[in-house]
Design a protein around this ligand. Structure first.
Ligand SMILES: Cc1ncc(COP(=O)(O)O)c(C=O)c1O
Length: 461
């Protein structure tokens, strides 16, 4: 057979029923939560593409591993198994489990980042940015030129701009406590970072004597893109590539709710013994003892298996193809997306689709609400609601660089017909794009406002 369909590389042996709702029910549910999709009950959502974080299905091997969980407070066998897998994969000396990614970020930045510092990254994810800013530092996004052009087809749009990174290291000097690179670049469209780019970052960090830390939530998807797209890499396995990538860095933070293939978990890993010791002290204060870090022993066992399964080429081929397939559905409906499709998600360009709305009318939030109202599909706004800020002293509100709706695909959870349905919902919304109203914020907290803000639709002309 030439070019067979890339099928789900698993059988389904346990199912979770989905609840269908009427349009009237969805209208009432959305109004009741102030037009913030984070406020919805999961039961009121049909296809939940809010995030790929912690929402995937575990394999039979992972469920079996849960039964082996050793719940000893200290020195559990589960930690030894987790440690062995993480050590083989990353090569880092100090392996510190946390309950999720942002805990690793807060602990690391608490130990390494000071007031007035500058932290460069390709693009900071929202919790990463918030945790950098919480220390009084500047989170500086330095994604490459291609990465800023949403429609451009280029293989590694997650690359960091090496010239800008060097300028930052040179000009800011000691104010740069570490360099971050996020693989794949979630807030920049789930775009990969090339091995070449990571090697150059290593060189710059050596030259300026600055630690290089990976935000490696989607290290396996990134490795697959390198295998598929980078010269000279197609004969290496994704695991070999991932192992090299980790060994270029001095440490990493990871939300294991993504490529850890489990529903909870995080990791902070470092080579520097002194920083690791300070991190462990902070860990004990808020997360738990260093051999469980806020997780149950059984979670560590599920992760130990997941971190092996995730680099399986059959899995990664299917995974990346699913996102590309959904992007093709959007293009058939003439809905622009970030190109090429990312590894874990498709990013609809709401700014282009709802061009009648100014950014202050939150076009990405408007599109996200409409996908829910149309067909019970929940995505997430990555635009001015997430990254904008209220203007100070009467100044205009700050807006985000782009207005995107991310449709993130939980791992091993939805089938091809679910993805077909999402494509139909996108097409139906696109047909009446010009009539979709904007929104305004009526209530917002100081940090991470998109999680809890309340909004209302703007009157239509
Ligand atoms: C790139 C990136 N960094 C950090 C995080 C934070 O991880 P967590 O949600 O586990 O706290 C996420 C979560 O989505 C992410 O995508």
């Amino acid at each position: 057979m030439s070019d067979p369909t890339i099928i789900e590389p698993f059988r389904i042996r346990s199912v979770e029923p989905m609840r269908f709702t009427s349009r009237a029910e969805r209208e009432a549910a959305l109004a009741a939560v102030g037009y913030n999709l984070f406020g919805l009950r999961a039961d009121d959502v049909l296809i939940d593409l809010l995030t790929d974080s912690g929402t995937g299905a575990m394999s039979s091997e992972q469920w079996a591993a849960l039964m082996r969980g050793d719940e000893s407070y200290a020195g559990a066998r589960s930690f030894e198994r987790f440690h062995a897998v993480v050590s083989e994969l990353t090569g880092f000396e100090h392996i510190i489990p946390t309950h999720q990614g942002r805990a690793a970020e807060r602990i690391l930045f608490g130990a390494m980042v000071a007031d007035g510092d500058v932290v460069p990254n390709n693009t900071h994810f929202d919790t990463t940015r918030a945790n950098v800013e919480y220390q009084g530092a500047e989170a500086r996004d330095l994604v490459c030129v291609e990465g800023r052009d949403l429609q451009l087809e280029a293989p590694f749009k997650g690359n960091i701009d090496l010239e800008k990174l060097e300028a930052t290291l040179r000009d800011e000097g000691d104010r740069v406590p570490l360099v971050l690179v996020t693989i794949t670049n979630n807030s920049g469209g789930g775009q990969p970072v090339s091995l070449e780019n990571l090697r150059r970052v290593r060189e710059l960090c050596d030259r300026y004597d600055t630690p290089f830390i990976l935000d490696a939530c989607r290290f396996a998807e990134n490795a697959w893109f390198i295998h598929e797209r980078e010269d000279g890499q197609s004969t290496r396995t994704p695991r070999e590539i991932a192992r090299e990538v980790f060994r270029l860095a001095d440490g990493c933070t990871i939300s294991l709710k993504k490529d850890g293939m489990a529903n909870i978990g995080g990791l902070l890993a470092l080579n520097d013994a002194e920083v690791a010791a300070r991190c462990r002290d902070a860990l004990i204060l808020t997360e738990g003892f260093p051999t469980y870090g806020g997780l149950a022993g059984r979670d560590l066992d599920a992760l130990a298996v997941g971190l092996q399964e995730v680099t399986d080429p059959d899995y990664l081929r299917y995974r990346v193809r699913t996102a590309a397939y959904l992007a093709e559905k959007a293009w058939q409906a003439v809905v622009p997306t970030v190109r090429p499709a990312g590894g874990h998600a498709v990013y609809l360009d709401a700014g282009a689709l709802l061009s009648h709305l100014p950014q202050t009318a939150l076009p990405a939030q408007a599109l996200a609400c409409e996908l829910y109202l149309e067909g019970g599909v929940r995505g997430v706004e990555i635009g001015t609601l997430m990254f904008g800020r209220p203007g100070v002293d009467g100044a205009a509100d700050e807006v985000a660089p782009h207005e995107l709706v991310r449709l993130a695909l939980p791992r091993r959870t939805y089938t091809q017909s679910h993805v077909d349905y999402v494509g139909e919902v996108i097409a139906a919304v696109a047909e009446r794009a010009a009539d979709i109203p904007g929104y305004r914020i009526v209530e917002q907290p100081r940090w991470l406002r998109h999680f809890t803000a309340r909004l209302e639709p703007l009157p239509t002309a």
